[in-house]
Write a protein of this length. Structure first.
Length: 396
């Protein structure tokens, strides 16, 4: 059994003490990365559309499929050649597009034209980590937030037409931008430096820094997060920025907490939480949640494991622990409540039923003073507090 505290994950410990965290935040369903990653953008895992081979899904009991495991996104040039799928329904990107609000997905390794220090390029870009003593491929297709919905996908990893176009559906000439809101982590740094900071950004570190047991490590994860947050805290936009740190699944770093199922499922093989074929109290007492087509569907048993959620922001409460029940879909709900007047995705998505993270914030606090006053600069390697902003460790 592993044990991690402030001596090991020092940066997160310091962020939690200075800002706000939850002790009641969960994955929406049991399962690994792809279902959790879909929850944080679409709040829905029902509606699987197989593209190549079979997906890690189960029959939903209504003639459709619900995703329960990892499967690569269909048509992504870096995806598996034997098993891929797409998703029906909508995600938060669709709602933001409809309101012409800038947004982007920024993933380590996404730009296939770059060459890493070790000479790797394309889908094989990789980085050596001494902490895990291995060379890890940067881009993981089954972690790619928006590649599963055709409306928000960039399957060829096409590059944006310019730095100014990042975050936008159309380029400066009014043409549809080829990147379609999907970019590399490097593009986030470039856009912010150029004064083109998207309203909403989903950021995924290269795999060696993503905190996943086996291919990453809490110390590598710390470096990526601290470099990013130090950078953001030095920007003029910091006074109106919030960083939400959370996870697509427990990755094996799970803890002892358990909560009884709030979303039921009754697949005879897959569901075993409350007995054979049972996740919940039984279909008559606790019906399964509705899927994309409005009928109760199997495969969405949850919540699963408890996972961290930390908010780093000038608006975050100080040294605050929220006890409100929240899930990955609460991130979707926050974006909807803050930018979209409380719109919801519909189609049985969990954004309509999950809790709100709003109590981690204090929006009444006066933030008109020096933007650095609400900043916390940390050493990326040790995670300890430093008094002045560091030099750019990042290689951009």
């Amino acid at each position: 059994m592993g044990y991690f505290d402030g001596n090991t994950v020092t940066a997160f410990w310091n962020y939690a003490q200075h800002f706000a965290m939850s002790d009641n935040n969960w994955t929406d369903t049991f399962g690994p990365s792809t279902p959790g990653m879909l929850e944080v953008v679409a709040a829905q895992t029902n509606g699987v559309q197989p593209v190549i081979g079979t997906s890690s899904s189960i029959a939903d009991g209504q003639g459709g499929l619900t995703l329960t495991g990892d499967t690569d996104p269909g048509n992504d040039v870096c995806s598996s050649a034997t098993s891929t799928m797409l998703m029906g329904g909508k995600n938060i990107g669709d709602l933001l597009n409809a309101e012409h609000i800038s947004w982007g997905s920024f993933m380590g390794g996404f730009d296939l034209t770059l060459k890493n220090a070790n000479g790797t390029t394309g889908c094989a870009r990789s980085t050596f980590s001494s902490n895990v003593n291995g060379t890890i491929v940067d881009y993981v297709p089954h972690h790619a937030f928006f590649q599963y919905h055709k409306s928000t996908a960039n399957p060829s990893h096409a590059r944006p037409s310019s730095v100014r176009a990042i975050g936008h559906t159309h380029d400066l000439n009014g043409k549809v931008d080829p990147a379609n809101h999907n970019y590399d982590l490097e593009d986030f740094y470039a856009a912010v430096k150029a004064g083109n900071f998207p309203a909403v950004s989903y950021i995924k570190m290269p795999a060696f820094r993503d905190g996943h047991a086996g291919n990453s490590d809490p110390l590598d994860e710390q470096v990526g997060n601290v470099e990013l947050i130090n950078f953001l805290q030095k920007q003029p936009e910091w006074r109106e920025t919030a960083v939400i740190i959370t996870y697509d699944d427990s990755d094996g770093w799970y803890d002892h907490q358990y909560v009884a199922p709030k979303n039921a499922s009754y697949d005879p093989t897959a569901d075993q939480v409350n007995g054979p074929g049972l996740c919940g109290l039984g279909a008559s007492k606790q019906p399964a949640p509705k899927g994309l087509e409005g009928q109760p569907v199997n495969g969405r048993c949850g919540p699963g494991t408890r996972v961290p959620l930390i908010v780093v922001s000038p608006y975050a409460r100080t040294n605050y622990v929220s006890h409100t029940y929240t899930t990955q879909a609460s991130v979707v709900r926050f974006i909807e409540d803050n930018w979209l007047r409380g719109q919801r995705l519909g189609g049985g998505a969990f954004d309509a039923t999950t809790g709100s993270i709003m109590d981690l914030f204090d929006f009444d606090h006066d933030h008109s003073h020096d933007l650095r006053a609400d900043a916390l600069f940390l050493d990326p390697t040790s995670g300890t507090v430093i008094t002045s902003p560091p030099d750019e460790h990042h290689h951009h």
